[in-house]
Write a protein that binds this ligand. Structure first.
Ligand code: ADP
Ligand code: MG
Length: 327
């Protein structure tokens, strides 16, 4: 089973930033309102994610490290309408198979915390009592220590850390109702307080994307036939090359999708006569039955049931908002 986990890890755990994605998504699924991420040496030495979510009951603790043990879906029918970020139950066992992983946790109902350690996944210790507030802390040390070929693929500390930062930004832009903290080598990189009011949300946007984005931004919010598109796009005068300021979320999950990019670019093109480097943070929400997120283990891709309708809706909405600002 260890080999299978390491092979699965090849798909899910490409680099430290992929560990961040999986751990933070788990914290979000657990209903946390506060998530703290501590990194040492670009994640090569330590990745620690601490949350104040539901915690894991001691009876389920060892199970969390075994393959395909997800607490999130019970049937194929549920897979069709999945709303949690995770559902495959392979992230934790995969990460554990290529690192030294410790979970410390406490649920609301339990009077004491519990912890377990999986060393390269081979040995999972029996849960032992361990002081912990309600919530979960997962520590991943020495990533890829037992898979030298993958360890060699890790880039310089700075590079790996910048991937982590990008990843956490994406997640932080998906949930304004959660606070996030990031530290690297014990220095604070950012703290994002809860941001439920529009002004607070713009402060978070500005903190993550720069104040110039917020100054030029257009807000949009449109609903039609079960589809909703909300968010911000940069005003036409916004001219810096912003290839990296493109955030598109489908039902809360950041994705990269050709159909979506095309619809956005086309709207900019048709109104502004150029579609290069549009900057945007957009949230599309639709019935989970209308979209398949189970296309790729890392879930960057989606498949829409009615892709023409989705394309048309995005195109028309952006076209409308952009056209209103045309001088
Ligand atoms: P998945 O997210 O696909 O269910 P994972 O391997 O990521 O699978 O996690 C396995 C299980 O461990 C989850 O289903 C969940 O029950 C539990 N778990 C993991 N992280 C947390 C967390 N931070 N808080 C509460 N439960 C967690
Ligand atoms: Mg998960």
């Amino acid at each position: 089973p260890q080999l299978i986990n390491q092979i699965a890890a090849g798909e899910v755990v490409e680099r430290p930033a992929s560990v961040i994605k999986e751990l933070v998504e788990n914290s979000l699924d657990a209903g946390s309102s506060r998530i703290e991420v501590d990194i040492e040496q670009g994640g090569a030495k330590l990745i620690r994610v601490r949350d104040n979510g539901a915690g894991i009951h001691s009876d389920d603790l060892a199970l969390a490290l075994s393959r395909h043990a997800t607490s999130k879906i019970a049937s194929l029918a549920e897979l069709e309408r999945v709303s949690s970020m995770g559902f495959r139950g392979e992230a934790l066992p995969s990460i554990a198979s290529v690192s030294r992983l410790t979970i410390a946790t406490r649920t609301e109902g339990q009077s004491t915390g519990w912890s377990i350690t999986g060393d390269g996944g081979d040995q999972v210790t029996a849960p032992e009592p361990s002081a912990h507030p309600q919530g979960t802390t997962i520590e991943v040390r020495d990533l890829f220590y037992n898979t030298p070929a993958r360890r060699k693929f890790m880039r310089a500390e700075k590079t790996e850390f910048s991937h982590i930062e990008t990843q956490l930004k994406r997640l932080a832009l998906s949930r304004f109702d959660v606070s996030f903290t990031l530290t690297h080598n014990r220095k604070e990189v950012f703290t994002l307080p809860l941001a439920e009011q529009p002004l607070e949300q713009e402060r978070r946007l500005s903190g993550l994307l720069g104040s110039s984005f917020v100054e030029q931004v257009l807000h949009l919010d449109r609903e039609q036939a079960g589809l909703s598109l909300r968010g911000w796009i940069a005003k036409p005068v916004f001219s810096r090359s912003q290839a990296d300021m493109q955030y598109f979320y489908v039902n809360g999950r950041m994705i990269r999708d050709k159909l979506v990019s095309h619809a956005v670019r086309q709207a900019f093109q048709d109104v502004l006569f150029h579609g290069r480097h549009p900057a945007f943070v957009l949230y599309l929400d639709l019935d989970p039955m209308q979209v398949d997120v189970n296309v790729h283990p890392a879930k960057h891709e989606v498949r829409f049931r009615d892709s023409r309708m989705v394309h048309g809706f995005i195109y028309r909405t952006l076209h409308h908002v952009l056209a209103e600002t045309r001088p």
